[in-house]
Write a protein that binds this ligand. Structure first.
Ligand SMILES: NC(=O)c1ccc[n+]([C@@H]2O[C@H](COP(=O)([O-])OP(=O)(O)OC[C@H]3O[C@@H](n4cnc5c(N)ncnc54)[C@H](O)[C@@H]3O)[C@@H](O)[C@H]2O)c1
Length: 271
């Protein structure tokens, strides 16, 4: 049976761990790691079948040789841990996709994966249409645009303050950011992984508009992509994850679906 280890025992990491524990993903959860150890302990206590090793460092996470490590922690965790894991020959799933737009990080990841003969996987996350974008990237794009609308409660407060907005002052729909995907992942590191995923899937300039809307109960991503082969318009209306309103529930489900594909599927559907 495939052995999985998880970095980050928050909303996404815990949802994935529970999917393994329930047997939905046919794997063994061998280790979990979080900078806040209580998060690991709480998650481990909630498990019915699995008794993962609780780790406070990366060596511990790798000691029992996982087949797949899932990163569901932070951009910092990607930068400091993922190249090392790949170099050790372990396939890795990354959720904190924004980190991958840093060219130096991507270069280290590419080198490490060649050295370790391992692969990095990025789930579609909180957006849909990645299959079509990957296919269209063969002919290129005239335009790729992402318009994201989030409730103020789902937006990281510190990021908003850095953009010059006090959350309590936003009483109406307000565009708080317009710019490239590269700028978006730096200015809104906890809220705009989707922009990074689109950038990686299209290998094209991605215009991002981020709207804070106190009236929307959902996180809405509208993706517009124009190419000579197709015009794509996708609107995804996501329910916030019950344990972390900054994260869409779909992002956790997407990671579970990717794990099932990597571990179980003999017939693979979709690009
Ligand atoms: N790809 C997508 O579409 C998508 C969607 C939503 C969230 N995300 C990203 O996925 C990641 C996890 O999201 P979440 O909602 O579970 O977050 P969360 O805040 O609920 O949980 C993150 C956990 O990781 C731990 N952590 C942070 N840095 C760490 C490090 N360096 N080493 C070990 N543990 C660390 C934290 O203590 C926390 O328990 C975030 O980076 C988030 O931005 C991606």
């Amino acid at each position: 049976m495939s052995k999985v280890a998880i970095i980050g025992c928050g909303a996404i990491g815990s949802t994935i761990a529970k999917a393994i524990d329930s047997g939905l993903v046919k794997a063994e959860l061998i280790a979990i790691y979080d900078i806040v150890i209580e998060k690991c302990v709480d998650l481990s206590r909630s498990m019915m079948r699995m008794k993962p090793l609780i780790c406070t460092d990366l060596e511990c996470l790798l000691i029992n040789k996982p087949d797949i490590v899932v990163e569901a922690a932070s951009q910092e965790a990607v930068k400091s841990h993922v190249p090392y894991i790949l170099e050790k020959g372990v396939d890795t799933v990354v959720l904190s996709v924004g980190a991958l737009l840093d060219p130096q990080v991507m270069e280290r990841i590419r080198e490490a994966s060649v050295k370790g003969r391992s692969r990095l996987f990025v789930p579609s996350g909180a957006v849909c249409g990645i299959d079509g974008l990957k296919a269209l990237s063969i002919v290129g794009f005239k335009k790729v645009k992402l318009i994201t609308r989030k409730n103020v409660k789902s937006v990281d407060e510190k990021s908003l303050l850095n953009l010059g907005y006090k959350p309590s002052d936003i009483t109406d729909s307000t565009v708080v950011f317009k710019g490239s995907a590269e700028e978006a992942v730096v200015k809104l590191p906890f809220n705009i992984n989707v922009a990074a995923t689109l950038k990686l899937a299209t290998d094209s300039e991605v215009e991002v508009e981020f709207i804070v809307d106190p009236k929307t109960p959902r996180t809405v991503h509208e993706l517009i992509a124009e190419s000579e082969a197709s015009r794509i318009r996708v609107i995804v209306e996501n329910v916030p994850h019950p344990d972390n309103p900054k994260t869409s529930y779909l992002a956790a489900l997407s990671a579970i679906s990717l794990l099932k594909r990597l571990i179980e599927e003999r017939v693979v559907i979709g690009t």
